[in-house]
Design a protein around this ligand. Structure first.
Ligand code: UDP
Length: 385
């Protein structure tokens, strides 16, 4: 049997007789796709579209109000955008999904795998879930999450979103593969004629470098626009490092932006500045800018070196001084090449193909817990001392 993709093209079955039946587990906080801020929700949304286009049978378990080409199953009665990370809602959400998976199996329609994007519950329980659990790592490794993944990594099929993120995994943590985040380029406006400003978009954490963007733009003598939320804990940094430079002309702050306004901000900018000093796990703002034909000037940290192709879609520079020099050169880059650089590598189908490969391995190989002998423990072969 073969699978026809959305363009009607026929592709090989990759060793399977039928498409995968995927249970996609989104977080409970915000609907899919997200109406505003919501990085994970956007990734899940585009991944579902990509998998469905490849012919897979995807059920999306998500917050109420979600829409997708996949079959949507709303789990909790309400969204909880103001309770992000609260264990009560995450556990309730995941437990209800696990019950639904059991019910499907009982009705003779079992899923092939659970693809988890929802916190930590499913990973911690993966050796008690009857399906292979594929888990996308959406955040940077911290001391706490490193300890968690070191303990539970063998139970699930962990997928990193960049090589840099994989390299920062704690020693011994099994990362199955690297699959980047998707972007639908046609959802973003393309502009070849740029305005005079450079742009910084992010959160006001020191390591995201808004203050370094100010220094570089001042040195290059070009206007800078800053956009992003001031999240709890970031007030002092904003007050001391950013606010004194805001003059409504050379350095402007627009607050948090979304929707069409955000898109046009990206599309009209001469360049996006990424003067980061941390191991960026992916950096969605870079692919969003590039989708609009806007080059990215970045420090070579984390995933920037996987997204920015030096002198093709941007520049990789060591410091603020070099960033200022690159701003002067950036108009030489071709906006069409910038857009093309993400259209080819990060489109939802390409990303879905990456996950298809992970699913193939997860469904044909025994998961880690079988190798460790947990199966025997589950069957009752447990000695009590
Ligand atoms: N974003 C937004 N409005 C803002 C600032 C940021 O919608 O005012 C979005 C931005 O477009 C991107 C995401 O927030 O999709 C930030 O993702 P990224 O991976 O760049 O950084 P993170 O904050 O996840 O480390």
């Amino acid at each position: 049997m073969v699978i026809a993709n959305h363009r009607g093209a026929i592709r090989p079955p990759q060793g399977r007789l039928r498409p995968y039946r995927v249970a996609m587990l989104a977080p409970p906080w915000i609907p899919i796709p997200p109406p505003g801020y919501g990085g994970i929700e956007l990734v899940v949304s585009l991944l579902c579209e990509g998998l469905v286009r490849l012919g897979h049978d995807v059920t999306l378990f998500a917050a109420p109000g979600s829409r997708s080409s996949a079959m949507v199953r709303e789990v909790l009665p309400r969204c909880h955008p103001d309770k992000i990370g609260h264990a009560l809602y995450e556990v309730d959400h995941v437990a209800r999904v696990l019950a639904a998976l059991d019910q499907s199996a009982d009705q003779g329609e079992p899923f092939d795998l659970l693809h988890d994007h929802c916190g930590f519950t499913a990973v911690a329980l993966a050796d008690r879930i009857a399906l292979p659990v594929v888990h996308t790592l959406h955040g940077a490794f911290t001391a706490d999450t490193s300890a968690f993944y070191s303990r539970y990594a063998e139970n699930a099929w962990l997928v990193a979103i960049s090589k840099a993120q994989r390299a920062s995994a704690p020693p011994g943590t099994r990362i199955t593969d690297v699959v980047p985040n998707p972007i639908e380029v046609s959802d973003w406006p393309y502009r070849s004629q740029k305005r005079d400003y450079v742009l910084w978009v992010g959160r006001f954490d020191d390591f995201k470098g808004a203050h370094r963007a100010i220094a570089a733009a001042r040195r290059a003598d070009v206007p800078l626009v800053l956009a992003g939320p001031i999240q709890p804990g970031q007030e002092t940094y904003f007050r001391t490092e950013i606010a004194p430079h805001l003059d409504g002309e050379h350095v402007r702050y627009l607050g948090e932006v979304g929707g069409r306004r955000k898109q046009h901000l990206f599309a009209n900018a001469r360049a996006l500045l990424m003067p980061i000093r941390w191991n960026e796990p992916f950096g969605m703002v870079m692919v969003e800018a590039l989708a609009c034909g806007t080059p990215v000037i970045a420090f070579p940290e984390g995933a920037t070196i996987e997204i920015v192709q030096h002198e093709l879609n941007g520049y990789l520079v060591e410091d603020e001084e070099a960033m200022a020099a690159a701003i002067a050169d950036v108009d030489q880059l071709d906006p069409a090449a910038c857009r093309q650089s993400v259209a080819l590598r990060f489109n939802p189908e390409a990303v879905a193909l990456g996950y298809e490969d992970v699913y193939r391995r997860a469904t044909v190989q025994p998961p880690g817990w079988l190798l460790k002998g947990s199966a025997a423990a589950r069957a009752g072969d447990v000695s009590v001392s």
